[in-house]
Design a protein around this ligand. Structure first.
Ligand SMILES: [Zn+2]
Length: 57
């Protein structure tokens, strides 16, 4: 499932300097759907905050 127009939404522009070295993995995948926590581990992973399972899309 993708949150196309959901909670987080897209603000205007990404924070400058966020993409450091052309990371091929979109960091949005690393955000927990349930609680919005940023998951730094490789997917699939378990959310450290709420325990939800994050799957790579
Ligand atoms: Zn979570």
């Amino acid at each position: 499932m993708e949150a196309l127009d959901g909670t987080d939404g897209r603000e205007s522009m990404p924070p400058e300097g966020f993409t450091s070295a052309g990371d091929p993995v979109c960091w949005l995948e690393q955000v927990c759907d349930e609680c919005g926590a940023l998951i730094e581990a490789a997917l699939p992973a378990t959310c450290w905050r709420c325990g939800a399972t994050l799957l790579p899309s």
